[in-house]
Design a protein around this ligand. Structure first.
Ligand code: FUB
Ligand code: ZN
Length: 664
């Protein structure tokens, strides 16, 4: 791999140039994404969201971390033998803080902020002081006040539910990000020490303090460390961490099984089969999606393709039987996970924000490994609908669960009654926050003489393609408008192919891959591409329109992705959606809220034919200002719809529905 490409790839996945020089020598196949901090948002949707993210969400999240930071302060004092109250017993509040720290690190790559950097450095010192000399890091056991039912009596004695490795996995991600942002390696060293300790205790044994000196040899109940170890490998170049990631994957479902029900069932933690033999998405959705993300990464890094078949089967199963139209995963509340095929309730849908975030990570990784845009369709679906619904437009109010219907009552005490500033179990807010910060990194990628534009939005970047640097300036109001303009400025005239993603939602019949959600009206509008004003023919390859030519400075490409209002019918097997339709426009799923439609909104009906006369207009004032609403139907059945991601931003959540009764 050329040095420049390797350096960019390393950076994109968590390595600064200096780190790349220090040790990382691993080559990674497939497509290279442009690092998010090398893509400047210039206008439009993401520029706006990013401003709220940096101005509100990141500092707000830091404030919300205070109780988690306090635990570390106490643990540090405890270890130093100073008088202190014991830290509150908690399985994974640390992980929420680590995710906040990861987000802070990303924000520092976008704009320097001394206050945030001080928060990081001070917190890192507390973490380092709370770490045991042998590398162990988990406050409740270190301070001798574990909740034995949740954590076991001793370190690593209840790996199924203790979250010891889940926590440190998030720490590794934060450390890699902070090293990438600042070059400071204090936290990275804490993680290296911890990872080496985990390797000894889990795979070698010998220390009587842990599992009587025998190797624990058990995969953690909550996946996360596997994908984090891939990041640690990439940043250090030390193959130990990749080997550990693969070992944790390969012992899952092999060395340990539970045989209970609910959270004690083997499927709950994806341990019912060796992972390479798994074919269906089962169990806890966040765990599952982190697992699949790690499998894709380990496959890419080892080039063994061990999990290829499993991943493709699981993906097909997911998108054709177990995914809501919003890209939501994990419909069933009790297990925060997948139910039976087609078990996709609306009012009681769980669809945790974290699961949607993980769905983006998983599918973007699958795209990078395969070059197939069908994975981007799912990443985009999940991003613009379920994931974004997880954070309010104000930037500091959140949803944990994301149902597709609401009646104004609290269902799980974590969402439907309204957005919340934070949660007792607050995994979701920092997850959506760290995702938004990385979105510019989902816009462009490249591979030798191919330049891919994968997500549309006002932005600028410089992509190394075909031996030259190509400056790309994109103008677009996507996802509300399907016109995209690209000005290409290669440093020198060069031949390369421009790959423009043509989303599945532009097709005549289908909203997304998977066969569950089809257009009821035929979507006959055609995609058009012009180069310097002239319409061009293009070939389609893996979901991309490919234009192969010699490009020169100032070439202008216009892409038109028509965005009519579409009416979507769900596969009949989903009992809840029979006789109903959903309304979509572009990648956005719309919903009808009580505030626009009255309290009986869930009883309204729309005629499929009303889509052709639907009015699309920009909302002029209020918090939804700038968003496009849809009005369709007439009389008692006139319906006003807003993007699903924007629901419950105008006062507490009342009635809402995505699936509307269909009269035809
Ligand atoms: O267990 C840690 C996190 O809390 C999970 O990822 C979420 O589903 C929630 O249970
Ligand atoms: Zn969550």
């Amino acid at each position: 791999m050329k040095a420049k490409k390797l350096a960019k790839l390393l950076f994109a996945i968590g390595v600064s140039a200096s780190a790349a020089q220090v040790g990382a020598s691993n080559d990674v196949g497939g497509i290279t994404p442009m690092p998010f901090n090398e893509v400047t948002l210039t206008d439009g949707f993401w520029k706006h969201r990013m401003a709220t993210e940096l101005r509100v969400t990141v500092p707000f999240s830091v404030e919300q971390c205070a109780p988690a930071v306090e635990r570390f302060r106490r643990a540090a004092a405890f270890r130093a033998g100073k008088p202190t109250e014991l830290p509150e017993t908690h399985r994974f509040i640390s992980s929420d803080m680590y995710k906040v720290m990861e987000g802070v690190a990303y924000s520092l790559m976008l704009e320097r902020n001394e206050r945030l950097e001080s928060f990081m450095d001070e917190t890192i010192e507390l973490i380092a002081a709370a770490q045991e000399d042998d590398g162990y890091l988990y406050i409740s056991h270190t301070c001798g006040n574990p909740n034995v039912d949740e954590m076991g009596p001793k370190p690593y004695s209840y790996v199924l539910h203790s979250h010891e490795l889940y926590n440190v996995g998030h720490l590794y991600e934060a450390a890699v990000a902070y090293y990438q942002a600042t070059g400071k390696r204090r936290l990275l060293d804490v993680c290296i020490k911890n990872a080496k300790h985990v390797n000894e205790v889990f795979f070698k044994g010998g220390n009587p303090k842990y599992n009587d000196g025998k190797p624990v040899m058990q995969a953690p109940g909550h996946e996360e460390i596997e994908l984090a170890l891939c990041k640690l490998y990439r940043v250090t170049g030390d193959k130990l961490y990749l080997d550990m990631a693969k070992k944790f994957l390969d012992i899952r479902g092999v060395t340990f099984h539970t045989d209970g029900t609910g959270v004690m069932s083997a499927t709950y933690a994806q341990q019912h089969l060796p992972v390479r033999e798994q074919t269906e998405a089962v169990g806890h959705a966040v765990r599952a999606a982190y697992l699949y993300t790690a499998m894709a990464q380990v496959d890419a890094l080892t080039r063994l393709g061990d999990y290829d078949n499993a991943l493709n089967s699981i993906w097909s199963n997911l998108v054709s039987t177990r995914m809501h139209i919003t890209g939501g995963l994990g419909a069933v509340a009790g297990v925060e996970g997948f139910g039976a095929p087609y078990e996709l309730p609306n009012l009681t849908a769980y669809n945790e924000t974290c699961a949607a975030v993980a769905n983006v990570f998983f599918n973007f990784g699958m795209y990078l490994a395969s070059g197939d845009a069908k994975f981007l369709d799912i990443a985009e679906l999940s991003l613009y609908n379920n994931a974004l619904a997880g954070v309010g437009l104000d930037g500091n109010s959140f949803f944990y669960v994301n149902p597709l219907e609401a009646d104004g009552e609290f269902k799980f005490n974590v969402g439907q009654g309204g957005r919340a500033p934070w949660f007792g179990c607050s995994c979701c807010p920092p997850n959506i926050s760290r995702l938004i910060l990385q979105v510019p990194g989902y816009m462009y990628s490249y591979d030798d003489d191919k330049l891919f534009v994968t997500l549309y939005g006002g932005s600028r970047t410089t992509v190394p393609v075909a031996g030259t640097d190509v400056d790309v300036l994109q103008t677009s109001q996507y996802p509300f408008d399907g016109n995209v303009s690209l000005r290409l400025n290669p440093a020198k005239k060069s031949r390369f192919s421009l790959h423009l993603r043509i989303p599945t939602w532009t097709s005549a019949y289908r909203f997304v891959p998977g066969g569950m959600y089809s257009y009821e009206n035929r979507n006959d509008a055609n995609v058009e591409i012009r180069v310097n004003g002239k319409r061009v023919k293009y070939k389609m390859e893996k979901g991309f329109a490919v234009i192969d030519r010699k490009w020169k400075e100032g070439d202008n490409v216009e892409l038109v992705l028509p965005m009519p209002v579409n009416v979507v019918r769900c596969i009949d097997k989903v009992a809840e959606n029979r006789g109903k339709v959903a309304v979509t426009r572009g990648p956005l799923v719309y919903c009808a809220e009580e505030i626009d439609n009255g309290p009986s909104v869930r009883e309204k009906s729309v005629a499929v034919s009303a889509a052709t006369s639907a009015e699309v207009s920009e909302i002029g004032s209020g918090i939804l200002s700038g968003l496009k609403q849809i009005k369709m139907g007439g009389g008692a059945d006139a319906v006003t719809l807003v993007p699903y991601y924007s629901w419950c931003n105008r006062g507490p959540g009342k009635a809402m529905t995505v699936w509307v009764n269909a009269t035809e």
